[in-house]
Design a protein around this ligand. Structure first.
Ligand code: ADP
Length: 247
């Protein structure tokens, strides 16, 4: 199996702090890879580097075997879907216009985009009757479904999800978790999913990458992390999520 995305010795500093130390990571095709770790450990930075919202200070990132550079990212962004915690929808555009934005921008035909829109509404279980609403007129869960439709509009090879369910209440969150998992399986989607919640990570998959202070500490299934922790921090993180205090 070949990796769709490969980071080689990638690092990133902000003014006085290193957000990501020299890091290697591969994202395998058709798999859901989970990035997990405490707030501030560099998860979002890693996603932003892949989609080139920020430039790495060192190292290279390959997508489908080709290095991502500022020259190639324009075209590559059409092959990458990106969803952030609050959905990142444009407030002055309806749900429909948000979803169709990129497709219209690159000149897709109306017929093609309308068909795709109906397909996406079915896939994400979003009522077509709500497409004319503005983001403020939708619930948090509905907004995330629209964000997901927008990200999937151009059938991206890679889906980057940055705590997409973090702002939702538990019931809505559980229902979206279930739907997302089904969607990933149905599309055989390659996904890089950021969360700080271990239960969510475990629900989505076996391939968990645990980070701390800008470094990957361990990669493996929840069972491997628990039974063969590579560092005392791994158990500390797992136990903290269970509400257990280590002595
Ligand atoms: P996470 O997503 O795991 O919460 P981030 O990738 O957002 O972590 O942040 C990693 C580190 O980089 C944190 O210490 C954060 O404060 C810092 N950081 C992130 N974005 C910026 C920025 N634009 N300017 C300065 N520091 C930043």
């Amino acid at each position: 199996m070949s990796a769709l995305v490969k980071l080689v010795d990638v690092s990133k500093r902000y003014a006085d702090a290193t957000a990501l130390h020299s890091t290697n990571l591969s994202v395998e095709r058709g798999e859901t890879t989970i990035l997990i770790g405490p707030s501030g450990c560099g998860k979002s930075t890693l996603l932003r580097l892949i989609i080139r919202l920020i430039e790495p200070d060192s190292g290279s990132i390959e997508f489908d075997g080709e290095p991502i550079t500022s020259d190639t990212i324009g075209e590559l962004r059409r092959r990458i879907g990106y969803v952030i915690q609050e959905g990142g929808l444009f407030p002055h555009l309806t749900a429909r216009a948000n979803v169709l934005l990129m497709a219209r921008h690159i000149g897709k035909s109306e017929d093609e985009t309308q068909n795709r829109l109906v397909e996406l509404c079915e896939l994400t279980r979003f009522s077509v009757n709500l497409l004319s609403r503005y983001p403020v007129e939708l619930s948090g869960g509905q907004r995330q479904r629209v964000g997901l439709m927008r990200a999937l509009m151009l059938s991206p090879e890679l889906l980057l999800l940055d705590e997409p369910l973090g702002a939702l209440d538990p019931l809505v969150r559980a229902s979206l978790q279930k739907d997302l998992k089904e969607i990933f399986a149905r599309l055989q989607q390659t996904v890089l999913f950021v969360t700080h919640d271990l239960a969510e990570a475990t629900y989505f998959g076996d391939d968990i990458v645990l980070m701390k202070e800008g470094r990957i500490i361990q990669r493996g299934s929840a069972t491997v992390l628990r039974e063969r922790p590579a560092d005392p921090f791994v158990l500390e993180f797992i136990n903290a999520q269970r509400g257990v205090t280590l002595t």
